[in-house]
Design a protein around this ligand. Sequence first.
Ligand code: HEM
Length: 327
Amino acid sequence: MNAAACRSAFGNVCKDQKELIKLIHEAQSLSGGFELADLFPSKKILHGISGMKSKLMKARNKVDVVLNNIINVHRENRANGKSCNGESGAEDFIDVFLRIMESGEFPLPLTNDNIKAVILDMFVAGSDTSSSTVIWALSEMIKSPSVMVKAQAEVREVFKGKKTFDDETELEKFTYLKLVIKETVRLHPPTPLLVPRECREETNIDGFTIPLKSKVLVNVWAIGRDPESWKSPECFIPERFENSSIEFTGNHFQFLQFGAGRRICPGIQFGLALVTLPLAHLLYKFDWKLPEGINAKDLDMTEANGISARRQSDLYLIATPYVSPLD
Ligand code: HEM
């Protein structure tokens, strides 16, 4: 998944990919929003004592070095006449930015920081969100074999007789898999507290005063498991979305897994493709079971702390290659 996010953000699978992932995980666990210093934002001294600020600055500086390298390689290539650095031979995102920068055609000044912000956003927002969704989907399906069988039957029907499986037009044929993905993110939203907001005016909700400038976290993890909004909320039942109008558009407040309002995730369609295609491949190519001696009901489903709710422990499954009768 990181390779796909890398290709879309940087044009290529970059050599620093592993280092970047490590740094981003480090920064994500720092930015979960539950450090002492976060709870008392006006007490600047806490930021110093907790070491939070210096840890964040260190992580930021290391990420900056990697991103600068990527941009510099693009600059050098362009200076040597190679203006299309994408793996496919076309311009990649950074080439487009540099071209616009050089031409001066953009009405606002574009800086290296703007490029870094966009590519880092794409890399961070596109990697863990999609990989954690695929892993949670497999975790849930291994506990609900009938769902796995149904999803696999659909995928094997859609891919029947096909030589390649990367045709995006197939995506809409995965109607049941789409329900599986919705149900997976209902229980395991990759961004469980959305992106923090700041209260821009003092507000009163249900008798509680929310002071100006409060940091506001929307707990979509809890909303997705709220019995007032969902029947049997703790159960994994993809069929609950069948014939339901609930979508990822930010209009259904019980299901804000991609956020809402003007900060809603701009990568919804891309994110869904990044989840659906790899998951479909895994379901098509392999049959899955738990290692000997592990019972599905004992599978640890604990989520890790931090801004993204990945599995706390790795998921180990036995994959048996599936040979299609048409192969
Ligand atoms: C399963 C996949 C994904 C999920 C569940 C997801 C979810 C989210 C959520 C919940 C937010 C915060 C929205 C809010 O606070 O209202 C967000 C923001 C964002 N997402 Fe995604 N996302 C996914 C994939 C992607 C991908 C593939 C990209 C781009 C390559 C992307 C780019 C962004 C960006 C740039 C933001 C920040 C938007 C802003 O603050 O203005 N996301 N995403």
